[in-house]
Design a protein around this ligand. Structure first.
Ligand SMILES: NC(=O)c1ccc[n+]([C@@H]2O[C@H](COP(=O)([O-])OP(=O)(O)OC[C@H]3O[C@@H](n4cnc5c(N)ncnc54)[C@H](O)[C@@H]3O)[C@@H](O)[C@H]2O)c1
Ligand SMILES: N[C@@H](CCO)C(=O)O
Ligand code: NA
Length: 436
């Protein structure tokens, strides 16, 4: 089948990431979508950016309307930002019968009601997963995965820039302005960074989440927004001393009286998972009546994490475009005919770090024997402790953390260690993953 032709508006942080990931993972994406997805035409104010991104065979223009007007383009991806030109472009694309993907939360929060009505009238799709919490598929989770639930409340760290600033202030004692400048350089901040630090961007995202959770029209103007600009390093320090973290939270809650829709800095007990979401990471806690509390975590901003969500929307639309039974969301995520016979690794071939615990007779040379056995099999020791066991004289517990090693090497080492006269029990092994 012919690839789907995409028109890309904006080659900045997210547009660049989208072009890069679409190209790098083209084959895997086509296996999921059922056909290729290619950027056919792109618009940007600065066209030299296209060469930087290696978009050699893509048609280029400085006028985004050229792309929207092109009859070959089936899906328009709006990654320009703002809600003036972007609104005109999106509405024009919809009225021209094109599907739209956007990462623009300001646009959706401010003009989503109008945009969705136009899309419904034209029978086209508008997808915006990247608009909330960047790469985290939280829109999909709430809209599809939690569809059985009456959502009671949700609370999220949904502005990466603010969270990055608060984290750096706490961990490194850095100044507000200094960290903000870094967030801008890293491509996290909005074109107008007051949107980030005054809670406006989080307010846009919360408005969208609240609508999806409770089935209400988008109402950004009713969202209370307060940002982090008045938080001082003293506040951060005192909160830490009290056992709390300060986070910019967006909260939407259904009460008997109505819906709370608010964004503000919030002290959260440090033992809560969400209190430990740091840096540019985002997390959204959603409480459903059936499922209970669920937590979604991941990168909330940045080129490729955001591109991940943009492209997921492109795959969704592409699947729906050819929505015969075989091209609905495939049961195993990939099209049945593209499943591969890639081998599953036996555990002996898997590499992890290990925690090892063994009981040894307390006599000279035992440790040397154990470390020699490990060393012969290229197993390095990361940490070591020796403990007196509660019972048994002349015995010690030896506990080690190793570096990553193939499990087969570890099997051999453990067998050799257990064969030593001086080792008085079998060796306990627990695999260690830092999940970083
Ligand atoms: N940066 C992130 O981490 C992130 C994450 C999620 C969502 N978003 C959203 O994605 C959108 C894009 O953000 P970004 O960070 O990539 O912005 P950016 O400023 O890096 O890129 C915007 C690009 O659009 C181009 N552009 C501007 N006006 C244009 C016009 N009239 N015609 C053609 N091109 C034009 C510019 O040349 C620029 O390259 C925004 O809506 C933003 O809120 C960004
Ligand atoms: N400026 C936004 C980008 C992601 O939407 C943030 O910092 O979270
Ligand atoms: Na998302």
């Amino acid at each position: 089948m012919e690839p789907v032709k995409v028109g890309l508006l904006g080659l900045g942080t997210v547009g660049g990431g989208t072009a890069t990931v679409l190209k790098r993972n083209a084959e895997e994406i086509a296996r999921r979508a059922g056909r290729g997805i290619v950027i056919d035409y792109a618009a940007n104010l600065d066209l030299s950016r296209a060469a930087e991104l290696g978009l050699g065979d893509v048609r280029l223009t400085e006028n985004a309307f050229d792309v929207v007007n092109d009859p070959d383009i089936q899906i328009v991806v709006e990654l320009i930002g703002g809600y003036t030109v972007a609104r005109d472009l999106v509405l024009h694309a919809i009225r021209s019968g094109k599907h739209v993907v956007t990462a623009n939360k300001a646009l959706i929060a401010m003009h989503g009601n109008e945009i969705f009505a136009a899309a419904q009238q034209q029978g086209v799709m508008v997808a915006f997963e990247a608009a909330v919490a960047g790469g985290i598929p939280v829109i999909k989770a709430v809209r599809e995965g939690l569809a059985a639930n009456r959502i009671e409340w949700l609370a999220g760290i949904i502005n990466g820039t603010s969270n990055f600033i608060l984290t750096e202030m706490r961990d490194k004692g850095r100044s507000f302005g200094d960290v903000l400048a870094e967030a801008q350089a890293l491509g996290y901040a909005e074109a107008d960074p007051t949107f980030d630090i005054e809670g406006v961007d989080a307010g846009h995202k919360l408005t969208i989440l609240s609508s999806i959770a409770f089935g209400i029209p988008l109402q950004f103007k009713q969202t209370y927004t307060e940002g982090i600009s008045r938080i001082t390093s003293d506040d951060v320090k005192y909160a830490t001393e009290l056992g709390y973290r300060i986070k910019l939270l967006g909260i939407a809650r259904r009460t008997a009286a109505g819906i709370e829709q608010r964004v503000h800095p919030t002290l959260i007990p440090e033992r809560r998972l969400i209190a430990n979401v740091d840096g540019v990471m985002n997390a959204v806690l959603v409480k459903g009546d059936a499922v209970g509390a669920t937590l979604y975590y991941g990168a909330g901003a940045g080129a490729e994490p955001t591109a991940s969500a943009v492209i997921a929307d492109l795959v969704d639309i592409t699947r729906a475009l050819t929505s015969d039974p075989e091209n609905r969301v495939p049961h195993l995520a990939f099209q049945p005919s593209t499943l591969t016979d890639t081998a599953i690794l036996p555990i002996a071939e898997v590499e992890t770090a290990f925690y090892l615990r063994m009981c040894a007779l307390d006599r000279p040379g035992v440790l040397a024997d154990v470390t020699r056995i490990l060393g012969e099999r290229q197993i390095s020791i990361e940490a070591f402790i020796q403990k007196e066991p509660q019972s048994g004289e002349n015995k010690v517990n030896i506990i080690m953390l190793t570096q990553r090693v193939r499990e087969g090497n570890m099997d051999e080492a453990i067998a050799a260690i257990e064969a030593l006269d001086s080792i008085c029990s079998s060796v306990t092994r627990i695999r260690v993953e830092n999940l970083g």
